[in-house]
Ligand binder design. Structure first.
Ligand code: GDP
Length: 458
């Protein structure tokens, strides 16, 4: 993910501290120098680094650390608090909905920032939370932007208002507003009428971006803004663009006076530090984060959770929310019932495995568990093929065997292994894991039901 190397560097800085009992001012200064280098190397803007390390230093040399039982831990917690501030604690807030629908959300940002993708994700998320969104194709300049929005809308199951075709592929480049095929301001304005008529409660307007900031682009965005008076103007910024992020954010802040930020491509490997500076440079809240190309790779942004993720203190809350969202509750309830009746079989186990698979990238989820970043190497080796192999074994069992694993004797094991193209010891291993998992799930189903067991997890 975008902050992997920052996380590693910061953990490195803290590791030196942990081996010490008492901290001298020299220890503190050395740590702060390391933090400073880590942030600069991650592309965090210089001004932000300066004020951040200044704050940390002042607090670290102060009483709260010298009097702490565990000074090293105290410093980590100061860094955590200050990082949370940098990420926008204090200005953070949820999406602003209009008192009287439709809520109008306008997306702005450079070309390729991820606006169109975000429109789909936002639409999907809104629909999921009981809203009736409408996507509006007001990017008439980037070749195929309109078609792309239609595809994204279809995938998300959200309607798209696209009265103008925009520029089709084959055009060599982005054309200027003067040359575009239709009037995006008119499209945006008319979309509000459509929303009112057809009772869409949220309108998400995708607008044109450029590769670099330019006046024409800004004027067009401003014209759309003035025509529709959005409740939110979301500035979408690619976390991978590096140092340019700050200049771009400032330009859009002056140009359209956006109300909130969306960090996109946080799944990328580039140093994401510049994006971390955006909240602090503009004073605007980060509302969402985009973490992949899929519709569900999207989350509400919380400065405190992101800070603790960056510091490898884990982000249990997000983990649990994702798990709850992804697990099918009915299925979980049925599984729990079967467990209490003692009729939980391998077929149910397989259904659970499929739920686990639905969790999507296990690696990114496991990365949210505190301390896990240190085990990243092992995580990288985690193999989703393991689930495939398990499924193959279960698939080559008879329904009766799945339902009543107890009957699987030696000759059945050999037959199953043959059918799944694997060894008897792999079948034995699975049956053992199943036994353990059922035990674990039985325990869990007696306690909280919010997280059904995750069998098959190594
Ligand atoms: P727009 O020009 O601002 O509308 O940008 P697009 O939505 O077309 O996105 C540009 C490219 O970035 C596309 O290939 C997207 O699939 C990709 N993209 C968008 N968001 C993300 C993200 O969060 N992670 C990754 N890895 N790719 C993304």
């Amino acid at each position: 993910a975008a902050f992997t190397s920052l996380t590693d560097r910061l953990s490195g800085a803290f590791k030196h501290l942990r081996s010490k009992g008492k901290l001298t001012p020299a220890d503190i200064d050395a740590t702060i120098r390391e933090i400073r280098r880590a942030l600069l190397d991650a592309d965090v803007a210089l001004d932000v680094v300066r004020s951040f390390t200044g704050e940390v230093r002042e607090r670290a040399l102060g009483e709260e650390v010298s009097k702490a039982l565990n000074p090293a831990q105290q410093i980590v917690s100061i860094v955590n608090e200050e990082l949370t501030k940098v990420l926008g604690a204090g200005v953070d807030r949820p999406l602003n909905f209009a008192k009287k629908p439709p809520t109008i959300i306008m997306l702005a940002g450079l070309q390729g920032a991820g606006k169109t993708t975000l429109a789909g994700k936002l639409g999907y998320w809104l629909k999921d939370t009981g809203h009736t969104p409408l996507l509006v194709a007001a990017d008439l300049q980037r070749p195929n932007a309109v078609t792309q929005l239609q595809v994204v809308g279809e995938r998300a199951g959200v309607p798209v208002y696209a009265p103008e075709p925009g520029v089709q592929s084959g055009s060599s480049d982005v054309v200027s507003p003067g040359q575009s095929t239709g009037d995006p301001v008119k499209v945006a304005r008319e979309s509000l009428r459509v929303a009112q008529e057809k009772l869409y409660d949220t309108v998400i307007i995708d607008t044109a971006g450029r590769l670099g900031v330019d006046q024409e682009l800004m004027t067009q965005a401003r014209n759309i803004r003035d025509a529709v008076q959005p409740n939110e103007i979301l500035f979408v910024i690619d976390a991978m663009i590096g140092q340019d992020a700050v200049q771009t954010a400032k330009a859009f802040d002056e140009g359209v006076d956006f109300t909130g930020v969306v960090l996109s491509k946080l799944d990328g490997d580039a140093r994401g530090g510049a994006a971390l500076s955006v909240a602090s440079v503009t004073g605007k809240p980060i509302l969402f984060a985009s973490t992949g190309e899929g519709l569900k790779d999207f989350e509400v942004f919380h400065p405190d959770r992101m800070a603790s993720r960056i510091l490898d203190m884990g982000d249990i809350l997000t983990l649990i929310e994702q798990a709850q969202k992804q697990f099918d509750e009915d299925e979980a309830r049925q599984a729990a019932e079967k467990l209490s009746e003692g009729s939980f079989g391998l077929d149910d186990f397989m259904a659970q495995l499929q739920q686990v698979r639905k969790l999507g990238s296990m690696k990114s989820l496991l990365g949210m568990i505190p301390g896990m970043a240190q085990h990243r190497k092992e995580l990288e080796q985690f193999d989703e093929k393991e689930i495939d192999r398990t499924e193959a074994i279960i698939n080559s069992m008879t329904p009766q065997e799945r339902h009543e694993p107890k009957i699987i004797n030696g000759s059945r094991r050999a037959r199953i292994a043959y059918g799944a193209g694997t060894t008897v010891s792999a079948v034995n291993g699975l049956l053992q894991r199943f036994e353990q998992a059922s035990k674990m799930m039985r325990r869990m189903s007696n306690g909280s039901r919010s997280m059904p067991g995750m069998p098959g997890m190594p």
